[in-house]
Design a protein around this ligand. Structure first.
Ligand SMILES: NC(=O)c1ccc[n+]([C@@H]2O[C@H](COP(=O)([O-])OP(=O)(O)OC[C@H]3O[C@@H](n4cnc5c(N)ncnc54)[C@H](OP(=O)(O)O)[C@@H]3O)[C@@H](O)[C@H]2O)c1
Length: 430
């Protein structure tokens, strides 16, 4: 029987679930794996906080850093589940690695911003820094990329990496409610907080995760600055309903690929055709498409958040360390990683959806189409939606593939027309 000593920092949603799962399953695992997990210390902010397990059964330490040495006993693995981008999370993980202690974490913000340094420290000290839980909760995407399809040439990864925004977009559609109303509901129900919602809604949380996926897929240095980020705060219920009439659903899509030897990593709202699985990954689900030279489309979908699904990923990393597999934490030696430049997104070609509100008068449509023609924008569909309530009516346009910069130039001209409302929606179509 192999015995592993574990310390856990952070006992919130995920940390508590990890303790619960270890308590519930240890004898089952011992039979299945010959592995015994021994929690030698715990730490969180407030000892008096009610927990889902009996805290008295464990050694509590006031300061998380003391988890690295409990009565002269060094843990084999530190599990970091506090979640700060720097501060105590970073200090703790860095100290653990420097003390030759393996680390398992779900902290994508810390890794997207400081991973390059932390993975180097892990490598120097010959320990692992594993992070399956940091991307897409319970979906085993890191191990899939790092192990199963590591020898494939990855052409593109795209998907839904943030559950909160997916829940908000789904609820807006189902309940026909505005973005602000659904966000307020989600906060009141405790699904998200003010701080978390800024990262979620602004697209930053998804971009943190995409940074890690892109690095493994393309062997690039971890560089958050390569991301182009747009959140869902400007998505209106009007657009959600209109695009449905056109056969689409709006999703916050993160995508990474290499173009002209540069990285294009983008997180932004996109229209997905209703017949595609991604369009039907609703509520808090996460979903990822991977296209490689050998796989036309590997599609993974599942619970992207929540205590238990995320604990499943944390424990898969613990098991990987227990197996003594000599895996490089990020798949590569850090000195093999390439420093990529960022691809200029104005050169990206895409189909687009436009929603232009205009004053209902004759000649409007022909003026708009003449500006589109001037910039060689070929229209796939154009719809003028009658709106009996207002004199201001929406025109919906979907285009064929066009360079983003050309579309923006023509939309700028259209926006200057006196009968056009300046708030034109422009959303790329996946
Ligand atoms: N929740 C998810 O579904 C999910 C999914 C994937 C990844 N993750 C990642 O997993 C990590 C943990 O997430 P979570 O949802 O479990 O967070 P959480 O519920 O907010 O828990 C955070 C824990 O950290 C403790 N803590 C906060 N400040 C501390 C300090 N200064 N010193 C010591 N402990 C401190 C808190 O203590 P108290 O309990 O005493 O307040 C709490 O136990 C984050 O990196 C998150 O991004 C979460």
């Amino acid at each position: 029987m192999k015995n592993l000593n574990i310390s856990i920092a952070g006992l919130g949603n995920v940390g508590s679930a990890v303790v619960n799962v270890i308590e519930d399953n240890s004898s089952y695992w011992e039979k299945k794996t010959n592995l015994s997990l021994n929690i030698i210390g715990l730490s969180a902010k407030n000892i008096n906080q009610e927990r889902s397990f009996d805290i008295k059964k464990y050694k509590w330490v006031e300061t998380p850093i003391d988890l690295l040495n409990i009565n002269d006993l060094k843990p084999d693995i530190l599990i970091e589940l506090i979640g700060y981008e720097k501060d105590i999370s970073y200090d703790l993980v860095k100290s653990a690695l420097n003390n030759k202690i393996h680390v398992v974490t779900g902290n994508k913000a810390m890794l997207a911003l400081h991973g390059q340094e932390l993975f180097k420290i892990a490598e120097k000290n010959k320990v692992s820094l594993l992070f399956e839980a940091a991307v897409a909760g319970g979906i085993p995407i890191i191990k899939t990329l790092k192990n199963n399809i590591f020898l494939n040439k990855i052409k593109k990864i795209s998907g839904i990496l943030n559950g909160t925004t997916n829940y908000i977009l789904t609820t807006m559609e189902l309940q026909n409610k505005s973005f602000n109303d659904v966000l307020e509901d989600a906060k009141q129900k405790g699904f998200t907080s003010d701080h978390e919602s800024k990262l979620d809604i602004g697209g930053y949380d998804a971009a943190h995760k995409l940074t890690l996926l892109s690095s493994i897929a393309y062997g690039g240095e971890i560089d958050f600055n390569l991301n182009e980020i747009e959140g869902i705060q400007n998505i209106t219920i009007e657009d959600i309903n209109f695009v449905k009439q056109l056969g689409f659903r709006i999703k916050l899509i993160s995508e990474t690929r290499v173009i002209d030897n540069k990285i294009y990593s983008s997180t932004k709202p996109k229209l997905i055709s209703l017949d595609k699985p991604l369009a039907n990954a609703n509520n808090a689900l996460n979903a990822i498409n991977i296209v490689t030279d050998q796989l036309q489309n590997l599609y993974l979908e599942g619970e992207g958040a929540g205590g238990l699904p995320t604990a499943s990923s944390i424990l898969s990393d613990v098991f990987e360390i227990a197996n003594n597999v000599d895996v490089r934490s990020i798949g590569y030696n850090t000195d093999q990683l390439t420093r990529y430049e960022k691809f200029d997104s104005s050169n990206i070609e895409s189909k687009f959806y436009l929603r232009i509100r205009v004053i209902d008068q004759s000649g409007v449509l022909s003026k708009i189409t003449s500006y589109l023609n001037e910039y060689n924008i070929s229209v796939e569909k154009i719809l003028q939606i009658p709106d009996s309530k207002e004199n201001n009516i929406p025109i919906l346009i979907t285009t064929h593939k066009i360079k983003t910069s050309e579309l923006l130039n023509s939309v700028k001209k259209i926006g200057e027309l006196e009968f056009v409302d300046q708030n034109i929606s422009i959303i790329p179509i996946e």
